[in-house]
Design a protein around this ligand. Structure first.
Ligand SMILES: *Cc1c(COP(=O)(O)O)cnc(C)c1O
Length: 234
């Protein structure tokens, strides 16, 4: 069996196991987002042949090449990386999802640049859940203005929230500490849904090293790179 096949099976088992342990209702699905940044397009093809459909990319130029090369495949492309203003046009054209919306201005540009023949773009608002100084994302306070500013934009659908919590050191409390951060994101989405009468249904949280904790707290999309593809090329 090829490595990628083994890793694909293994990740799906980890997801299924975590889902069972979580006690979540059976119809409360989890999407595996295969983070293919810094991996060649033939690995995407291999995973596609195994049935994987959702792929995530962080670097626009690299992503556009892959999207072009693989345009005959029925792939759902997710942009998950930092977004500069001069990148929004291509992102709005070529992706179905954007997880890393962290400024109202970026959302406005994506909205006005989304081609009219395409359905509205699915977005997640990135939240700086661990309140790290160097990390992007809305604060728990700024997110309110973001919702109010972005909600009226007709070519975007706010599907939910995304976070990359602070790494917690290996220890006996690691799992609980990871859960605490993910729980904050879940509660924040609940609160925003109530306060603004929204139907956000997406919690994009959990990566190779913390997907179990994220699923325990209600992740609906887990973003997995290393555990699927191995370590990245630079
Ligand atoms: C790279 C990346 C991932 C995947 O991380 P792994 O630890 O390799 O699973 C997930 N989310 C974001 C936003 C990323 O940039």
């Amino acid at each position: 069996m090829t490595n990628i096949r083994k890793q694909f099976i293994h990740i799906n088992q980890r997801i299924e196991q975590a889902f069972k342990l979580s006690g979540r209702p059976p119809d409360n699905n989890i999407t595996l987002l295969a983070v293919s940044k810094r991996h060649p397009y033939d690995k995407i093809q291999s995973l596609y042949d195994l049935g994987q459909r959702h792929f995530g990319e962080s670097y626009l130029q690299e992503a556009l090449q892959k999207i072009e090369l693989l345009s005959h495949l029925d792939i759902v492309w997710h942009f998950i990386g930092p977004i500069q203003s001069n990148k929004t046009r291509e992102i709005a054209r070529h992706f179905q999802w954007v997880h890393s919306v962290d400024r109202i201005k970026i959302a406005q540009r994506l909205n006005s640049q989304r081609p009219s023949e395409l359905p509205p773009l699915n977005i997640c608002l990135q939240v700086n859940i661990s309140q790290e100084i160097q990390k992007s994302g809305f604060s728990n306070i700024a997110i309110h203005n973001a919702i109010k500013g972005i909600l009226p934009l007709p070519n975007l659908i706010i599907r939910g929230l995304m976070a990359i919590p602070e790494q917690v050191p290996d220890s006996s409390e690691q799992f609980m500490l990871q859960r605490t951060a993910f729980q904050q994101l879940r509660l924040l989405m609940q609160q925003l849904n109530q306060e603004y009468g929204l139907n956000m249904d997406t919690l994009s949280m959990g990566m190779s090293s913390d997907l179990e904790a994220a699923i325990a707290e209600g992740a609906t999309i887990v973003r997995i790179g290393t555990a699927l593809f191995g370590s990245r090329e630079n």
